[in-house]
Design a binder for this molecule. Structure first.
Ligand SMILES: Cc1ncc(COP(=O)(O)O)c(C=O)c1O
Length: 419
């Protein structure tokens, strides 16, 4: 037996014992319910949380892989969720979408289709190294997809407002570019890239444009509709060929749930895997996974039907009011400044006066998990309604942390940005 390995359980433990053990293990977890994690967890209200939870467990044994043959329930709910998305993102009648387990999978599926579309158009054989051109702020899910498919990544610099410099991005496109990318919004700085400009570039250059709306896609259109400055980013721009949007983030649906949409259903077919060269007959999947829980589909369907347009409008109102209050509170602290004006609820702030990582160390000591960015050096938070009740404490601790840093005496910070 390896020295540090835990031995295989003897079995026979009952629920009360297991539950107690599991709960004991949360002792050192960050208090996410108290709003102390700036990422990983999303919450709107208790009713929505409960509906998602109940719907999930109603269908958690059903397998979405078997929806065509065994689970018409899952098939109909998945189809409806995808239709809601195509409605929200203004996909044309030719559009199609797929339900995936998360943003990384949605992005993989879109990039696989883009690669295969490029190969079909140009006749490029396997083995030629192709590339994706994207903003410096785009999510590493693209790098992961590129690593798996042997693609290069070319990163374009950002403008002063932290949206991609479209002229620089255009300059990186070459004859081996399978796709360009814009985020709506990007994770590090919370701003939407100039999708209208990217759409024009895509059409002129004849390249695929993917909009990564993973983090905020299911909510951002409601921010725009209540009169915020949040820009449009969807299929209304004719160069947008695919779009990813996660249900398990600002859709407030249980994990693991995301969606990927295509302007033309034929592009979804490029990612489809059909296989018949084994003894058990045809296997046919549109995404990377085989077995996946029906719980994710059922809970997304239930949450979307529970909240509906009215609910997401209200969420946009409440979340934007909360974000404004955070921005106001942060800017009121001497020495702090916002790095960008948030298009949704993702904020990033820093300082020209002191090292913001020293402030992050102080906040960590006060029980907050610090979100950090390296370019520019900033403190980052992706806020849902969990962060509303914790705002006064956060701002008061932030104020005290800044005071402590201004008083001096700290050694240089050893912190590094970790996602
Ligand atoms: C903009 C953006 N794209 C993609 C992803 C990847 O999503 P996931 O973690 O669900 O794979 C994230 C995650 O935060 C994101 O913020």
């Amino acid at each position: 037996m390896a020295q540090n390995r835990i031995s295989y359980p003897a079995g026979g433990r009952g629920w009360d014992d297991l539950k107690q053990d599991m709960i004991a293990r949360t002792a050192e977890d960050i208090d996410w319910r108290g709003g102390r994690t700036p990422l990983y967890v999303f919450f709107y209200d208790q009713d929505t949380y409960e509906i998602g939870r109940k719907a999930y467990f109603e269908f958690f044994s059903e397998n979405a892989l078997g929806q065509k043959r065994a689970f018409k329930s899952i098939q109909s709910m998945e189809r409806e969720v995808l239709d809601y998305g195509m409605d929200l993102f203004n996909a044309p009648d030719s559009g199609a979408g797929a339900f995936t387990t998360g943003g990384s999978e949605s992005i993989f599926v879109a990039m696989k289709s883009a690669r295969d579309a490029y190969r079909a158009r140009t006749g490029t054989p396997r083995g030629e190294i192709l590339n994706i051109v994207m903003p410096d702020s785009a999510h590493p899910a693209f790098d992961k997809a590129a690593a798996a498919m042997d693609l290069d990544i070319l990163r374009a610099p950002l403008r002063a407002d932290l949206r991609v410099d479209t002229a620089a991005l255009k300059g990186l496109i070459n004859e081996r570019t399978i796709a360009i990318v814009g985020s709506a919004p990007c994770f590090p700085h919370g701003v939407v890239d100039p999708i209208e400009e990217l759409s024009k570039i895509a059409l002129e250059a004849g390249v695929w444009l993917h909009v990564d709306a993973c983090v905020g896609g299911w909510l951002a259109p409601f921010f725009t509709r209540i009169g915020r400055d949040t820009p449009d980013f969807d299929f209304r721009f004719p160069g947008v060929r695919s779009l990813s949007a996660d249900l398990h983030k600002f859709g407030f649906c249980p994990k693991s749930a995301s969606t990927v949409f295509f302007r033309d259903g034929a592009d979804l077919e490029r990612s489809r895997f059909r296989h018949d060269a084994w003894p058990s007959g045809v296997i046919d999947t549109a995404t990377l996974t085989g077995t996946r829980t029906g719980g994710s589909v059922a809970s997304a369907w239930a949450v979307l039907n529970h909240l509906g347009e009215a609910g997401y409008f209200e969420a946009a109102r409440r979340l934007s009011t909360m974000t404004d209050a955070y921005v106001e509170g942060i800017c009121a602290i001497d020495g702090l400044k916002m790095h960008s004006i948030p298009d949704l609820t993702l904020i990033n702030f820093g300082s020209d006066v002191f090292d913001i990582y020293l402030v992050a160390e102080q906040m960590t000591a006060r029980g907050w998990l610090a979100g950090l960015t390296s370019r520019p050096k900033g403190m980052h938070a992706m806020m849902s309604m969990l962060h509303d009740p914790s705002r006064p404490q956060f701002l008061s601790d932030l104020h005290d942390s800044v005071e402590a840093v201004r008083a001096g005496g700290q050694a240089a910070s050893q912190l590094k940005a970790v996602y």
